[in-house]
Design a protein around this ligand. Structure first.
Ligand code: ZN
Ligand code: FE
Length: 222
């Protein structure tokens, strides 16, 4: 009996060649500009990483609003999970995050989420003016950071839909959580600043930052 030809046994990348990736070749064959995608993912990873950093500061200044602090903590830890979910993908595609963290922070795809009343991080809160940050002003910064993240991950979804199922799956899972984060901060800004109820649909995570979509980087973990 004739041995059937195995349709996927060989391709453009030669056997034993470790300088090229079939995982990249297949994306290019489907029309993905892999270099452009890598650059976008680095910018997006930079935004998640710096957001995690700035949320650490913002959360400190929500003292006395322990409920807001808990929500901020969820968003903070989930953004760290997003950084850790997407960074390995950059390497799989043949890229690298910058070797200098300053370059990484500078190219982040979203603005720095400075603590209000610090002159964009140039001085201590309220120095000179006596105007320290209010809970409402901090929540507004958090809200706009989430909105930037939604725009970012929506773009990555567009670039990869139907062509790069792995990156798409990761970006979609991150996007799920960014949409939740926006809803949380709409609820909090709306009540704190305007006294208007706009429910977010937030249910408590199992533990702070226990992101349902991006945690454990591989599967939905309710
Ligand atoms: Zn995020
Ligand atoms: Fe977020």
């Amino acid at each position: 009996m004739a041995i059937r030809q195995k349709p996927h046994a060989t391709g453009k990348v030669k056997a034993g060649d470790v300088t090229q990736r079939v995982g990249v070749e297949q994306l290019e064959a489907r029309g993905v500009n892999v270099q452009e995608l890598i650059e976008k993912l680095i910018d997006a990873a930079g935004a998640e990483f710096t957001t995690y950093y700035y949320y650490t500061i913002l959360r400190m200044y929500l003292a006395g609003n322990e409920d807001y602090k808990e929500i901020c903590e969820d968003a903070r830890l989930e953004d760290r999970a997003h950084f850790e979910l997407i960074t390995p993908r950059i390497y799989e595609l043949g890229g690298s995050i910058p070797y200098d963290i300053r370059e990484f922070a500078d190219r982040a795809g979203c603005p720095d989420a400075y603590l209000p009343g610090t002159g964009d991080g140039k001085h201590a809160p309220g120095e000179g003016t006596g105007q320290g940050p209010t809970a409402a002003s901090i929540l507004e910064v958090l809200l706009e950071a989430e909105r930037c993240a939604i725009r970012t991950w929506s773009e990555v979804c567009d670039l990869t839909f139907g062509k790069d199922p792995r990156t798409y799956d990761m970006a979609a899972r991150i996007l799920n959580e960014e949409v939740e984060h926006e809803a949380w901060f709409i609820e909090l800004v709306s009540m704190e600043r305007d006294g208007v109820v706009r429910p977010s649909g937030h249910f408590r995570r199992g533990a702070p930052g226990e992101a349902p979509y991006s945690k454990n980087a591989g599967f939905y973990n309710p």
